[in-house]
Design a protein around this ligand. Sequence first.
Ligand code: EPZ
Length: 430
Amino acid sequence: MDKFRIFGGRPLEGRVAISGAKNAALPAMTAALLTDQRVILNNLPRVRDISTLRSLLEDLGVDSSVTHEAHGNRIEIEARQLLNPVAPYELVKQMRASVLVLGPLVARFGHARVSLPGGCAIGVRPINLHLKGLAKLGATINFEHGYINARANGLRGTDFYFDTISVTGTENLMMAATLAEGVTVLENAAREPEVQDLANLLNKMGADIEGAGTEKIRIRGVRRLHGVEHSIIPDRIEAGTFLTAAAITGGELVVDRCDPAHLTAVVAKLGEVGVQVRREGGPGSNGTQALTVKAGSKLQAGEVTTQEYPGFPTDMQAQYMALMTQAEGSSVITETIFENRFLHALELARMGADITVNGRRAVVLGRTPLSGAKIQASDLRASASLVLAGLAAEGETLIDRVYHIDRGYERIEEKLTQVGARISRISESD
Ligand code: EPZ
């Protein structure tokens, strides 16, 4: 397994370009299952989860081709026929987002056999709401040998209320409803930018969706969808991670090709602890913008509670915790989305951080100097926080199991090196 070796203590300086959003690209790829025509997606990040989903689509019998472009990959997908409506355990356990094939397969082909994803490091992560919604749309759902069998002879529009706000739950049901007969209304829907980007793609494919980005989404079913070309929105979590990297190293970065409108909560909470973030110039050619971030002379302690969008994102919680180890005073972090998302605290403590975890709440006492250590990544965003800590630590940090990072960050060690970090990848064969 690959490792990262980091020598900390260097302020990051320069410009970094943000890649397309993994969590927008994944549902966009499964949306291609809803039509037999070609769907072209641009600005895809070169990350493992995208390759994993592409393998799954090929297992289903779906052709795709990828070309390497200046900014991200371009993928062309044609789901003309379905050879095998099965999403196997081996792939689903690697990536829970595989469950996003469920809605499109049932809506277009009337059948899907998808492995139950099982839990992961950050929580149980059930998909009961995905299944409850599909059943309400008219699908018959049963379980055998760890698989979900879903069948439908056409779906019918319905009203569905999400007991818990679910990002992929909203995406799955929105996709299924595009081909249902009649109108579907999703209440207490997720409002994330990735949900909005998916709705924009589906409407370009001929769907009739209103209200994406609000808690109430209305989908009027249509008979079929057609092919389209679409560019994936920038990755707001990658952008937030680099803003935090500049802050924790006391540097100054221009974070380019991002969408500041998706970062309001993150920029506000960084501002509260003394990190200045401002827009740099006007929108770029592709409508994205640059943000300049400059660490203040001293970081103050802060308070964050993770919430669904537009609140402070749970996917930025670990990065914020790493930063607060360098702030003067006691910071309080409350994680409301997942039940076990403080695994990074144990590794940060090994580097010298003073963090007390009590259920969903963590208290960080700073400022504590961090010293390099051998640590282990546990999940995608926890790994990012360990990289940030390594960049701020004195001496050498060795992070094991960086495949977690490769799932959602495109060449992070190359992007960091370009702005002055001393980080290198040690491949197993080395
Ligand atoms: C999406 O996961 C993201 N993944 C996650 O990003 C992100 O952390 C999460 O949303 C929250 O923002 C993708 O978009 C591919 P949820 P998702 O369904 O959709 C409960 C990353 O780092 N729930 O919004 O799986 C669930 O247990 C990943 O890129 C149910 O109870 O998350 C959780 O407590 C990590 N029943 C809460 O809802 C359900 O049927 C939110 O989960 C579904 C969810």
